[in-house]
Each structure stands twice: as C-alpha cells, then as structure tokens.
Write a new protein. Sequence first.
Length: 282
Amino acid sequence: MTIDEHPGSIRLWGAPSSPDEPWVEYRAPEGRLVADPWSLATIVFEPGHAREWPGEVHHEHELVWCEGGPLDVETQGRRWLVPPTLGIWLPARTPHKVRADPDVTVYATYLNPDQAVPRWDSVVGVPVTPLLRELLLHGRTAVMPDASRHNLQALAVEQIVPLPAASIELRMPRDVDLRHVADRLLATPGDGRSLDAWASEIGTSPRTFMRRFVEETGLSFAQWRILARTGAALVLLAEGRPVREVAREVGYSSPSTFVTVFRRTTGMSPAAYARLLGAPGH
C-alpha cells in the first residue's frame, strides 16, 4: 500500500508528536516508510477510500490487518483470506495485492528491517490481539517523550508472533477460465457443483479441466476446494459465527464432517481456532 493515493485521508503514525499537534503525518526518506531510529509506523485506510492496492513492494516488512470484514491478500501467486483479529505478515520487498470491501477499515503496519523487529522470510498469519492493536494505534494521538515511544514500539514488536496453525494459502490459477472458477468458489464456498459441471461452464472436458487445474495450482480440484472452504471458515469463525452455521455456509451438510476436515487441514478444531483468536462468543 502507498501513502500518496489519498493524501487527505491517510494517517501514518509512528513518529513523535508535538504538544501543538495531536498527531503528525510521518514522512520518511524517499523509498522508505519508517525512518531510523523508529521501529514501526501504521497507516489507517478508513472505510470508503481505496479498496484495492495492486502490485505493492516495500522496503519494510508489513503487517496487514483489518476491522469490519475480511481482507483478500494475494502474493507470489497465492491468496490469503484474512479475517478481523488476524493479520498477514509480508516480508520486506514481497510483491503483493490487497483488496477489501468499502466498509472495511484496513491497517498496514510497517516495520523497519534495520531495527530489532521480526524477520520471518515467509508469509505468516499473526493474531492481532486487543493488546497488540492498542499498542500499534496508541501513538496516533498520544504525546510522549521519545524514550517512551521507543519502549511502546518495542513492546508492540514483542507482541507480533506467528499463528501456530490454521494459516490457509491458496495457489491461484493463471489461466483466465480456471481463475474464473477459482474466484467463484472463493466468493461462494458453499457452491457444491461438481468438477464436471464447472468444466462444462468454461467449455472444456472434465479430463482437460482436471489436468489443467493440477498444473496451475499444484492441487486437485477437490483438494483446492477444501482449502478454499476452510479459508472461508476461518473468516466466519473469527467473526464469532457458530460452528454449525459455518459448516452449512461453506458447503458441509454435516457439522461433524466439517470439523473433521477443518482439523485435518489446520491442525486444530474450529472451536479451538476461534478461542485462539478471541472470537466473540468463544
């Protein structure tokens, strides 16, 4: 994400504030979003502004998170569905795209790779706990000495830890017709149409559809759909939806079958995942 597309609506926090200004827009050197000696800074994209940020690459590591609905993050040919209370860690210089619905608040926290911050070299999920959220956003109006701000940022960095399991990634097909099918399945994970039906929709034989799908995604159609459904379930569970309701919405008539598939895919039960994220009602 960049800070130049909507200069009147984006606030980037992390630099010191002065008593005369409750918050100061932070301007790092050209090509950087966080300047030494600071560890991090956070941009807030309020609802109603840019909803898609294509082809971004940053010098800094980035933690993307949200409120009010899920995010769609795509990088290196893979796609993550990111529920509220969960962030996605993007290592420095990782090309990525971010999409969100108009009513979603999007947060992008950038971490200076020259400071003492995490250095995971792959994309991982990070729980955005209430404590981490408050630490990342406290500096937006707070006036404090530099030493206090350094301490606050150091504490925030300590709270950025990867999710032990349940991070779902989907390799997206490049072929236009197959991408159409994949996008439809992500939009409506409960769609139970067979491989034959999808092949007929895009005008190809089931055998050709199956072969091309494996070539493009590395997974069979059935395996890919299980991951897509599980990813959608992660979002719904993080919103506090009951397991039985989530199972039905992502295409399982039997809640027990859904629980079995979810556990096999993520390493934990739906209820355990919801508790891990502190989802409402769990």
